[in-house]
Ligand binder design. Structure first.
Ligand code: OAD
Length: 256
Protein backbone atom coordinates (compact mmCIF):
# COMPACT_ATOMS: atom_id res chain seq x y z
CA UNK A 1 0.00 0.00 0.00
CA UNK A 2 1.34 3.40 -1.02
CA UNK A 3 2.84 5.80 1.48
CA UNK A 4 1.23 8.57 -0.54
CA UNK A 5 -2.26 7.36 0.41
CA UNK A 6 -1.25 7.24 4.08
CA UNK A 7 0.11 10.80 3.85
CA UNK A 8 -3.10 12.02 2.20
CA UNK A 9 -5.27 10.34 4.82
CA UNK A 10 -2.96 11.64 7.58
CA UNK A 11 -3.40 15.19 6.30
CA UNK A 12 -7.20 14.78 6.40
CA UNK A 13 -7.00 13.48 9.97
CA UNK A 14 -4.65 16.29 11.04
CA UNK A 15 -7.15 18.87 9.76
CA UNK A 16 -10.25 17.16 11.14
CA UNK A 17 -12.05 18.48 14.21
CA UNK A 18 -14.97 16.05 14.42
CA UNK A 19 -14.20 12.48 13.55
CA UNK A 20 -16.43 9.42 13.34
CA UNK A 21 -14.70 6.04 13.29
CA UNK A 22 -17.03 3.42 11.84
CA UNK A 23 -15.83 -0.14 12.37
CA UNK A 24 -16.73 -3.66 11.36
CA UNK A 25 -15.43 -7.13 11.99
CA UNK A 26 -12.16 -6.46 10.13
CA UNK A 27 -10.92 -4.22 12.96
CA UNK A 28 -10.94 -7.25 15.27
CA UNK A 29 -9.63 -9.75 12.70
CA UNK A 30 -6.04 -9.38 13.83
CA UNK A 31 -7.15 -10.08 17.40
CA UNK A 32 -8.22 -13.50 16.15
CA UNK A 33 -11.97 -12.74 16.14
CA UNK A 34 -13.37 -14.06 12.85
CA UNK A 35 -15.17 -11.78 10.41
CA UNK A 36 -18.48 -12.76 8.80
CA UNK A 37 -17.86 -12.71 5.07
CA UNK A 38 -14.15 -13.28 4.45
CA UNK A 39 -13.63 -16.37 2.29
CA UNK A 40 -12.63 -19.47 4.32
CA UNK A 41 -12.54 -17.79 7.74
CA UNK A 42 -15.85 -15.87 7.75
CA UNK A 43 -18.50 -17.03 10.23
CA UNK A 44 -21.29 -16.97 7.64
CA UNK A 45 -19.28 -19.34 5.44
CA UNK A 46 -18.98 -21.89 8.26
CA UNK A 47 -22.27 -21.43 10.12
CA UNK A 48 -25.84 -21.06 8.95
CA UNK A 49 -27.07 -17.59 9.93
CA UNK A 50 -30.69 -18.69 9.52
CA UNK A 51 -30.22 -21.32 12.25
CA UNK A 52 -28.23 -19.09 14.60
CA UNK A 53 -28.98 -15.42 14.14
CA UNK A 54 -32.71 -14.90 13.72
CA UNK A 55 -35.58 -14.64 16.22
CA UNK A 56 -37.09 -17.80 14.65
CA UNK A 57 -33.84 -19.71 15.22
CA UNK A 58 -33.90 -18.83 18.93
CA UNK A 59 -37.56 -19.84 19.20
CA UNK A 60 -36.83 -23.18 17.47
CA UNK A 61 -33.66 -24.15 19.30
CA UNK A 62 -32.66 -21.79 22.11
CA UNK A 63 -29.90 -24.11 23.36
CA UNK A 64 -28.16 -24.17 20.00
CA UNK A 65 -28.33 -20.39 19.62
CA UNK A 66 -27.38 -19.58 23.24
CA UNK A 67 -24.47 -22.04 23.13
CA UNK A 68 -23.13 -20.53 19.92
CA UNK A 69 -23.14 -17.01 21.37
CA UNK A 70 -21.60 -18.30 24.61
CA UNK A 71 -18.71 -19.78 22.66
CA UNK A 72 -18.29 -16.53 20.69
CA UNK A 73 -18.19 -14.55 23.97
CA UNK A 74 -15.63 -16.98 25.39
CA UNK A 75 -13.46 -16.48 22.28
CA UNK A 76 -13.71 -12.69 22.61
CA UNK A 77 -12.70 -12.92 26.28
CA UNK A 78 -9.57 -14.80 25.23
CA UNK A 79 -8.75 -12.17 22.56
CA UNK A 80 -6.82 -8.96 23.12
CA UNK A 81 -7.32 -5.56 21.48
CA UNK A 82 -4.89 -5.07 18.60
CA UNK A 83 -2.98 -2.03 17.36
CA UNK A 84 -6.01 -0.89 15.34
CA UNK A 85 -8.23 -0.64 18.44
CA UNK A 86 -5.38 1.15 20.23
CA UNK A 87 -4.98 3.61 17.35
CA UNK A 88 -8.72 4.34 17.39
CA UNK A 89 -8.53 5.08 21.13
CA UNK A 90 -5.53 7.35 20.44
CA UNK A 91 -7.56 9.33 17.88
CA UNK A 92 -10.31 9.69 20.47
CA UNK A 93 -7.83 10.86 23.12
CA UNK A 94 -6.38 13.44 20.72
CA UNK A 95 -9.78 14.64 19.45
CA UNK A 96 -12.24 14.21 22.33
CA UNK A 97 -15.31 14.82 20.10
CA UNK A 98 -14.54 11.61 18.22
CA UNK A 99 -17.42 9.15 18.06
CA UNK A 100 -16.71 5.45 17.56
CA UNK A 101 -19.59 3.62 15.89
CA UNK A 102 -19.11 -0.13 15.70
CA UNK A 103 -21.08 -2.98 14.19
CA UNK A 104 -19.08 -5.36 16.35
CA UNK A 105 -20.54 -7.20 19.31
CA UNK A 106 -17.13 -7.65 20.97
CA UNK A 107 -15.73 -5.29 23.62
CA UNK A 108 -12.27 -4.76 22.15
CA UNK A 109 -12.74 -1.01 21.51
CA UNK A 110 -13.64 -0.51 25.17
CA UNK A 111 -10.71 -2.63 26.34
CA UNK A 112 -8.34 -0.56 24.16
CA UNK A 113 -9.58 2.64 25.88
CA UNK A 114 -12.44 3.91 23.71
CA UNK A 115 -14.86 5.58 26.07
CA UNK A 116 -18.38 4.88 24.86
CA UNK A 117 -18.46 3.25 21.45
CA UNK A 118 -21.92 3.07 19.92
CA UNK A 119 -22.80 -0.60 19.35
CA UNK A 120 -25.18 -0.64 16.40
CA UNK A 121 -25.58 -4.42 16.49
CA UNK A 122 -25.67 -4.88 20.25
CA UNK A 123 -23.13 -6.69 22.40
CA UNK A 124 -22.16 -10.17 23.53
CA UNK A 125 -21.96 -8.65 27.01
CA UNK A 126 -25.56 -7.39 27.26
CA UNK A 127 -27.92 -10.39 27.45
CA UNK A 128 -31.55 -9.52 28.06
CA UNK A 129 -34.90 -11.17 28.58
CA UNK A 130 -36.49 -12.40 25.35
CA UNK A 131 -39.93 -11.41 26.66
CA UNK A 132 -39.68 -8.34 28.93
CA UNK A 133 -36.25 -7.09 27.72
CA UNK A 134 -34.92 -6.71 31.28
CA UNK A 135 -31.11 -6.75 31.29
CA UNK A 136 -29.71 -10.06 32.52
CA UNK A 137 -26.35 -10.79 34.16
CA UNK A 138 -23.47 -11.81 31.90
CA UNK A 139 -22.60 -15.40 32.83
CA UNK A 140 -19.14 -15.55 34.43
CA UNK A 141 -16.31 -16.74 32.18
CA UNK A 142 -15.94 -19.95 34.18
CA UNK A 143 -19.47 -21.03 33.28
CA UNK A 144 -19.04 -20.53 29.55
CA UNK A 145 -19.11 -23.83 27.72
CA UNK A 146 -16.81 -24.79 24.91
CA UNK A 147 -18.38 -25.32 21.51
CA UNK A 148 -21.87 -26.69 21.71
CA UNK A 149 -25.34 -26.40 23.10
CA UNK A 150 -26.11 -24.61 26.36
CA UNK A 151 -29.41 -23.84 28.07
CA UNK A 152 -30.13 -20.10 28.32
CA UNK A 153 -30.80 -18.78 31.83
CA UNK A 154 -34.24 -17.56 32.89
CA UNK A 155 -35.16 -13.92 33.42
CA UNK A 156 -35.07 -12.95 37.12
CA UNK A 157 -38.15 -10.81 36.63
CA UNK A 158 -40.53 -12.81 34.41
CA UNK A 159 -38.85 -16.25 34.01
CA UNK A 160 -38.82 -16.15 30.21
CA UNK A 161 -35.64 -17.22 28.45
CA UNK A 162 -32.69 -14.82 28.39
CA UNK A 163 -31.39 -14.12 24.88
CA UNK A 164 -28.14 -12.70 23.51
CA UNK A 165 -28.19 -8.90 23.38
CA UNK A 166 -27.28 -8.75 19.72
CA UNK A 167 -29.25 -7.67 16.67
CA UNK A 168 -30.43 -10.62 14.59
CA UNK A 169 -31.38 -10.74 10.92
CA UNK A 170 -34.85 -9.27 10.52
CA UNK A 171 -34.61 -7.17 13.69
CA UNK A 172 -34.43 -3.40 14.00
CA UNK A 173 -31.26 -1.73 15.25
CA UNK A 174 -31.44 -0.20 18.73
CA UNK A 175 -33.11 3.10 17.87
CA UNK A 176 -31.14 5.37 20.22
CA UNK A 177 -27.82 3.94 19.02
CA UNK A 178 -28.72 4.35 15.36
CA UNK A 179 -29.99 7.91 15.89
CA UNK A 180 -26.81 8.86 17.77
CA UNK A 181 -24.70 7.37 14.97
CA UNK A 182 -26.61 9.24 12.25
CA UNK A 183 -26.31 12.47 14.23
CA UNK A 184 -22.54 12.02 14.66
CA UNK A 185 -22.11 11.13 10.97
CA UNK A 186 -24.12 14.21 9.99
CA UNK A 187 -21.92 16.50 12.05
CA UNK A 188 -18.45 15.08 11.36
CA UNK A 189 -15.83 16.42 8.99
CA UNK A 190 -13.98 13.11 8.64
CA UNK A 191 -15.38 9.61 8.67
CA UNK A 192 -12.92 6.77 8.94
CA UNK A 193 -14.46 3.44 7.95
CA UNK A 194 -12.44 0.43 9.08
CA UNK A 195 -12.84 -3.26 8.34
CA UNK A 196 -16.41 -3.44 7.13
CA UNK A 197 -17.83 -4.92 3.95
CA UNK A 198 -20.45 -2.15 3.91
CA UNK A 199 -23.07 -4.69 2.88
CA UNK A 200 -25.37 -4.73 5.91
CA UNK A 201 -27.97 -2.00 6.06
CA UNK A 202 -28.98 0.22 7.72
CA UNK A 203 -25.55 0.31 9.46
CA UNK A 204 -23.86 0.78 6.09
CA UNK A 205 -25.74 4.07 5.68
CA UNK A 206 -23.49 5.74 8.26
CA UNK A 207 -20.52 6.47 5.97
CA UNK A 208 -22.92 7.40 3.16
CA UNK A 209 -24.66 9.98 5.37
CA UNK A 210 -21.30 11.55 6.25
CA UNK A 211 -20.16 11.64 2.61
CA UNK A 212 -23.46 13.10 1.41
CA UNK A 213 -23.16 15.95 3.91
CA UNK A 214 -19.65 16.81 2.79
CA UNK A 215 -17.36 14.95 5.19
CA UNK A 216 -14.16 13.40 3.90
CA UNK A 217 -14.14 9.59 3.98
CA UNK A 218 -11.06 7.44 4.53
CA UNK A 219 -11.50 3.70 4.17
CA UNK A 220 -9.23 1.04 5.68
CA UNK A 221 -9.81 -2.37 4.12
CA UNK A 222 -7.48 -4.80 2.35
CA UNK A 223 -10.36 -5.81 0.06
CA UNK A 224 -12.79 -4.02 -2.21
CA UNK A 225 -16.14 -2.80 -0.89
CA UNK A 226 -19.10 -0.77 -2.14
CA UNK A 227 -17.55 2.18 -0.28
CA UNK A 228 -14.48 2.31 -2.53
CA UNK A 229 -16.06 4.93 -4.75
CA UNK A 230 -17.34 6.98 -1.81
CA UNK A 231 -13.97 7.17 -0.05
CA UNK A 232 -11.59 10.05 -0.73
CA UNK A 233 -8.70 7.79 0.24
CA UNK A 234 -8.61 3.98 0.26
CA UNK A 235 -5.96 2.42 2.49
CA UNK A 236 -5.84 -1.17 1.26
CA UNK A 237 -4.09 -2.82 4.17
CA UNK A 238 -4.87 -4.60 7.43
CA UNK A 239 -6.15 -2.21 10.08
CA UNK A 240 -3.59 -3.08 12.78
CA UNK A 241 -0.84 -2.23 10.32
CA UNK A 242 -2.16 0.94 8.77
CA UNK A 243 -4.06 2.72 11.55
CA UNK A 244 -0.91 3.31 13.64
CA UNK A 245 0.74 4.62 10.44
CA UNK A 246 -2.18 6.94 9.90
CA UNK A 247 -1.89 8.37 13.43
CA UNK A 248 1.85 8.81 12.93
CA UNK A 249 1.25 10.57 9.61
CA UNK A 250 -1.29 12.93 11.21
CA UNK A 251 0.46 13.87 14.43
CA UNK A 252 3.91 12.28 14.44
CA UNK A 253 3.09 10.09 17.45
CA UNK A 254 3.59 6.37 17.93
CA UNK A 255 0.63 4.48 19.35
CA UNK A 256 1.64 0.88 19.09
P1 OAD B 1 -17.84 -8.60 7.14
O1 OAD B 1 -17.32 -9.95 7.47
O2 OAD B 1 -19.01 -8.50 6.22
O3 OAD B 1 -16.67 -7.75 6.47
C1 OAD B 1 -15.39 -7.70 7.06
C2 OAD B 1 -14.54 -6.75 6.25
O4 OAD B 1 -13.29 -6.62 6.91
C3 OAD B 1 -14.25 -7.24 4.83
O5 OAD B 1 -14.53 -6.19 3.92
C4 OAD B 1 -12.75 -7.58 4.86
O6 OAD B 1 -12.10 -7.28 3.63
C5 OAD B 1 -12.26 -6.65 5.95
N1 OAD B 1 -11.06 -7.12 6.67
C6 OAD B 1 -10.63 -8.38 6.88
N2 OAD B 1 -9.49 -8.39 7.58
C7 OAD B 1 -9.20 -7.08 7.83
C8 OAD B 1 -8.14 -6.42 8.52
N3 OAD B 1 -7.17 -7.10 9.12
N4 OAD B 1 -8.16 -5.07 8.57
C9 OAD B 1 -9.16 -4.37 7.97
N5 OAD B 1 -10.17 -4.94 7.32
C10 OAD B 1 -10.20 -6.27 7.24
O7 OAD B 1 -18.07 -7.85 8.52
P2 OAD B 1 -18.97 -6.55 8.82
O8 OAD B 1 -18.85 -5.56 7.72
O9 OAD B 1 -18.64 -6.11 10.19
O10 OAD B 1 -24.23 -8.26 11.81
O11 OAD B 1 -20.42 -7.19 8.80
C11 OAD B 1 -21.51 -6.40 9.09
C12 OAD B 1 -22.51 -7.18 9.88
O12 OAD B 1 -22.83 -8.41 9.21
C13 OAD B 1 -22.04 -7.65 11.24
O13 OAD B 1 -22.14 -6.63 12.23
C14 OAD B 1 -22.95 -8.80 11.53
C15 OAD B 1 -22.93 -9.48 10.19
O14 OAD B 1 -24.06 -10.26 9.89
C16 OAD B 1 -24.96 -8.74 12.83
O15 OAD B 1 -24.57 -9.66 13.53
C17 OAD B 1 -26.26 -8.07 12.99
Amino acid sequence: MGQRAVREAGALLARARRVVVFTGAGVSAESGVPTFRDALTGLWGRFDAQRLATPAAFADDPELVWGWYESRRAAVRRALPNAAHVAVAAIEARLPGTVVVTQNVDDLHERAGSVAPIHLHGSLFAPRCSACAAPAPVPPAAEEPGEGRSAPPRCGRCSALVRPGVVWFGEALPAAAFEAAVEAASACDLLLTVGTSGLVHPAAEIPLVAARLGASVVQVNPGETPLDGVADVNLRAPAAEVLPELVRAAWGVDVA
